[in-house]
Design a protein around this ligand. Structure first.
Ligand code: DGP
Ligand code: NA
Ligand code: NA
Length: 213
């Protein structure tokens, strides 16, 4: 969607997505990034997908905890539905000037399902029409390094061989909206790079860059 003529198009929020393998540090970095923006005086919210609190999200959570079995196509569509059920709220927030820092989005949807061998175009189809991020921050970490981090292996997808395949598919999805940050750097260095890319993006959106799908 593009802003209609005559509509005030300045100062919409930015849609900033963090992506990466499990244990890449996304979750703590998203939280830090959101607090940084809040301290700077931006109106900001921290979101994550899957959102396990909705009905669809509860089904996803049971699946991830190996408490339910679903075939690959079914869980794929549930993850996608979980993003769709938040789409209109997401648009309202962005248009009202709230920047969203989102831990995982459609790229996780495609990379994780394609890693199971599903056709990549089939995987992308249900994501079409969701809002396009203004910036994707990819925390790049070798799967072997991630596997050494605490609590690894608790959930379904935290298996080294599988995460190697996910990493491969993320590399295929990478485009010009992505900024790749070395997730093996010290936390503060990662934080600094994420802040720089984010500030650049946020000011662009404030200048009236339209939202797109
Ligand atoms: P997280 O709460 O960020 O740890 O994510 C839970 C797990 O679900 C993690 O292994 C990544 C995976 N995941 C996130 N989004 C999707 C998705 O859309 N599709 C699939 N198949 N997996 C996803
Ligand atoms: Na995880
Ligand atoms: Na996470």
């Amino acid at each position: 969607i593009h802003m209609e003529k005559g509509q005030k198009s300045d100062s919409r929020g930015a849609l900033i997505v963090l992506e990466g393998l499990d244990r890449s540090g996304k979750t703590s970095q998203s939280a830090k990034l959101a607090s940084f923006l809040a301290e700077k005086g931006f109106s900001v919210e921290s979101w994550r997908f899957p959102d396990r609190k909705t009905c669809v999200g509860e089904m996803i959570s049971l699946y991830l905890l190996n408490k339910s079995q679903l075939d690959d196509q079914t869980i794929h569509l549930l993850f996608s539905a979980n993003r769709w059920e938040k789409r209109s709220l997401m648009e309202t927030k962005l248009r009202s000037g709230v920047t969203l820092v989102v831990d995982r989005y459609s790229y996780s949807g495609v990379a994780f399902s394609a890693a199971k061998g599903l056709d990549i175009q089939w995987c992308k189809a249900p994501e079409m029409g969701l809002l396009a991020p203004d910036l994707v921050l990819y925390l790049d970490i070798p799967p072997e390094k991630a596997a050494e981090r605490g609590d690894y292996g608790v959930e379904r997808y935290e298996q080294l061989d599988f995460q190697r395949k996910v990493a491969h598919h993320y590399k295929i999805l990478c485009d010009e909206t992505w900024k790749i940050v070395d997730g093996c750097l010290p936390m503060e260095a990662v934080e600094k790079q994420l802040r720089e890319f984010t500030l650049e993006c946020v000011s662009k959106c404030q200048r009236g860059e339209p939202l797109s799908q």
